[in-house]
Design a protein around this ligand. Sequence first.
Ligand code: NAD
Length: 282
Amino acid sequence: MAILIDGKKISTDIKDELKVEVAKYKEQGIKITMAVVKVGEDPASAVYVRNKQKACEYIGIDSVAYELPEETSEEELLELIDKLNKDDVINGILVQLPLPKHMNEDIILDAIDSKKDVDGFHPNNVGKMMVGKETFLPCTPAGIVELLKRTNIELEGKECVVIGRSNIVGKPMSMLMLKENCTVTICHSRTKDLKEVARRADILIVAIGKPKFVTADFVKDGATVIDVGIHRMENGKLCGDVDFEQVEPKAYAITPVPGGVGPMTVTMLMANCLRSVELQNR
Ligand code: NAD
């Protein structure tokens, strides 16, 4: 049986560590405040925003919610971001994606002060991550590195295959695994012989957004498999991009869905909120 990488427990451990750090800041008179901006009525976004606010509450960070109507113009949202950028009380700004179709997400994300960019999506921060400078790291990939390290999975010198090259998961994930001294291969929808490439992996990270796409024949015996995907099936249950039932018996370690990567994303956002205080005081 594979080791089940317990994202729920690891994320609770990290949140408890962060709670202690927040309390230390409070003793020094430093309060941490995050602005959470949501535009429109997307039900999934409402759940994500609520989870982020709950996590803030748990570790002792103040959160201020801005819930704007669907018809908000891009200019109005940019005005709010400008106000939050200039507000000394606000340490981190999070704009929940996706935004309504009439808005250009790149313009909005670029407008956030890079020192308050707790999602780590601003091009300045992406660039800093690329060259290994200290900055906000994108939450899902950073959470995966924590999962691997805290499960004592050896990374140095290992073959890591990342399937997916999105700006939010696949690309930054590959950079962070490179930083951990893995030999990294990035696969995507045009990759030839995907199964063969995937079977090279000691560590296989899957972020493609296709339910149960990765079956046993993608996986080398004894590989560690990280499943980023999350999908609701017709029976109401959640599943990932990996066919867990097929792959688990072959794996050395594997993340379940739910309870694997998912809980880490919000937790790493909290870690970035704390980092914002350090980065802003430089
Ligand atoms: P995306 O749609 O932006 O990117 C998908 C990537 O997969 C693309 O780069 C594409 O080239 C690649 N791809 C698609 N089909 C492929 C195929 N047949 N073969 C090889 N590569 C293929 O998705 P994303 O934002 O990176 O998210 C991926 C999944 O992870 C989604 O299910 C999403 O819901 C989930 N996700 C979960 C979390 C979390 O916190 N657990 C966070 C972000 C994303």
